[in-house]
Design a protein around this ligand. Structure first.
Ligand SMILES: [Zn+2]
Length: 580
């Protein structure tokens, strides 16, 4: 049966370790906490329970087991999550879902391709020449291995043939972004290139960047196309390797290209990621914020004024991520600097300054402060950057700083800032649009909370049994749990396992999740207070139900009046008087 295979998979994969790949987890009592990736979270509201092997977010209510986490995090179907986790756990599924899931297949193809490129780098003459090219640029074999660099051979369809032999079809290889149609023939996408696998945060290969080895080839960098598993705006190059360094330093250094990242890593600035040439997205910043408090942009002076940089500041500021700027002087890019002088690169990063300080210095250097006109130019350059800050305290601080630096009245600057603010379009924070809680959802929440409390503190059942037996549970799930809960309680002894054994898989996970929430809230509450709170919720639920019934009866009365059914009308009105 699939059921016990699910249990087996869950036994073999530790949820703390599993979720820990995606989020930094902090121990909190018996459980672990993290900043939730599913809503815009500031305090860590996501909890992971090693005892129950489940997770739950107190902020947005998301939760479940490892399957649920993987499905939600990667946008997978259940069968896809099952396939991936079975493979990870080393559990051979007896009943393979016929459609194994497109994404799982694409992951498998990309992983095989990465191995193929690694092998070609190690075992062929051309591959070793590619490796030499790296070594000549100062990269060690160790770094190359850590980031899984490889070599795509110059032939026509080596990789395709290799993948076909492994049982994949041309259509699948094409979907994985590794096959192109050329002159009516199929061909490998990458030829005679140095290959950088792009990995997601857990280290799964999702795509590639291929860099030319022959300077006559074009383009210099060739990327995998976007596929169902590769979204350029989501991944950050290097993060699976460097996330622990980023967590430790509480800061991430953002560079542009893969070579920048590798050279920086080798120069002992290991908390580095690359945006791979695309403008930084809100999603990437959200990911970084879960691992770091500070983002250090490695910029040259030209980059500072660019729209992409301004956008990065605005996004980061809205996400409470402190931005600093490391200014490269005399070098083309971080790769250049880190290779020529590793100590210089380390110093550049260590001396990164807060973004607005950077703008102030930059503008004063550019325009000077000699005349009123110069000062106006400085203000025009710096104020928009101050305006991008989300925190009013920070804004205030920088207005004062600017006024001191220029010797101008800060009131004038505040006026100018207000003008800018009026013009500025607000940045919508991801996940902050809250849908109003409907009364049905509210009733559902209450019902779940009530049975959860009973399961946790079964001794209260006796005092509330009568009133609870009269409740018409709206949720079928809660109704079932309530029935089973009574079945498994003898008046003195209670078996939670007994209740769980009578539920099917998803209900079981659901129930454990409820229980985890409840334990979190009530573990330290005195019994008397628990009883009081339970009474409060039960009353609230009754009121809720009354309101729903009232609304329903009201609707019927209006309808009976409209069609002129006096008999029904009379009957409903009597009912109304009887009940309310
Ligand atoms: Zn959440």
């Amino acid at each position: 049966m699939v059921m016990d295979q699910l249990e087996e998979i869950k036994r073999r994969i530790d949820i703390v370790e599993f979720i820990g790949q995606y989020l930094p987890l902090k121990k909190a009592g018996r459980n672990f906490r993290a900043v939730c990736p599913f809503h815009s979270d500031k305090d860590p509201s996501l909890m992971v329970s090693p005892d129950k092997q489940i997770w739950h977010c107190f902020g947005c209510g998301a939760g479940g087991d490892i399957f649920g986490f993987l499905m939600k995090k990667e946008g997978l179907e259940f069968t896809e999550a099952l396939g991936q986790l079975a493979e990870r756990a080393g559990v051979e599924l007896r009943t393979r879902p016929r459609d194994w899931g497109v994404k799982s297949k694409l992951f498998a193809i990309n992983e095989l391709a990465a191995k193929f490129f690694e092998k070609y780098m190690a075992d062929t003459v051309a591959g070793r020449q590619a490796m030499n090219y790296l070594v000549n640029r100062g990269l060690s074999a160790e770094t190359a291995a850590k980031f899984r660099l490889g070599y795509a051979p110059a032939g026509w369809d080596y990789l395709i043939k290799f993948l076909l032999r492994r049982g994949y079809t041309e259509a699948e290889v094409e979907k994985a972004g590794l096959l192109v149609q050329r002159k009516g023939k199929v061909s490998d996408k990458f030829h005679h290139r140095l290959m950088f696998p792009i990995m997601d945060i857990t280290g799964k290969v999702v795509g590639f960047t291929g860099r030319v080895l022959d300077p006559n080839d074009q383009p210099k960098y060739l990327n995998s196309p976007e596929t169902p598993i590769f979204n350029k705006g989501r991944v950050l190059y290097g993060l699976s390797v460097t996330k622990e360094d980023i967590q430790e330093k509480k800061a991430a250094v953002l560079v542009e290209g893969q070579m920048d990242a590798l050279s920086s890593y080798q120069a002992e600035v290991k908390n580095v990621v690359a945006s791979s040439g695309t403008a930084l997205t809100s999603e990437q910043l959200e990911t970084l914020r879960r691992h770091a408090e500070m983002l250090i942009l490695a910029l040259d002076a030209d980059g500072a004024g660019s729209e992409a940089t301004k956008r990065a500041i605005e996004l980061a500021s809205a996400k409470d991520l402190e931005i600093r700027v490391a200014i490269l002087e005399g070098y083309k890019d971080p790769d250049d600097c880190a290779r020529a002088d590793p100590a210089e690169w380390r110093a550049t990063v260590a001396q990164a300054v807060p973004i607005v300080d950077f703008y102030i210095n930059y503008a004063i250097k550019k325009y000077g402060t000699g005349s009123v006109n110069d000062k106006k130019k400085v203000v025009a350059e710096v104020l928009p950057a101050i305006n991008l800050l989300a925190s009013p305290v920070e804004k205030d601080q920088y207005v004062k700083k600017l006024s001191e630096a220029l010797g101008v009245d800060s009131n004038n600057l505040y006026d100018a800032l207000r003008n800018l603010e009026a013009k500025r379009k607000p940045v919508r924070r991801a996940g902050t649009v809250e849908t109003p809680v409907k009364s049905v959802e509210k009733a559902d929440w209450l019902e779940r909370r009530i049975v959860g409390m009973l399961l946790f503190k079964i001794n209260h059942l006796d005092s509330f049994k009568e009133v609870l037996d009269a409740v018409e549970w709206q949720s079928k799930f809660v109704k079932k749990v309530y029935v089973e809960l009574k079945n498994c309680y003898t008046g003195r002894e209670f078996s939670l396992d007994g209740v769980l054994a009578r539920l099917d898989y998803s209900d079981k996970v659901d129930l454990l999740e409820i229980l985890m929430t409840v334990e979190e809230y009530y573990a330290d509450m005195p019994e008397g207070d628990v009883a009081q709170e339970l009474r409060f919720y039960i009353n609230l639920l009754k009121q809720q139900h009354t309101r729903v019934q009232l609304a329903e009866l009201n609707r019927k009365i209006v309808e009976a009046e409209r069609v002129g059914d006096h008999e029904k009308l009379q009957q409903f009105l009597e009912e109304f008087n009887r009940q309310f």
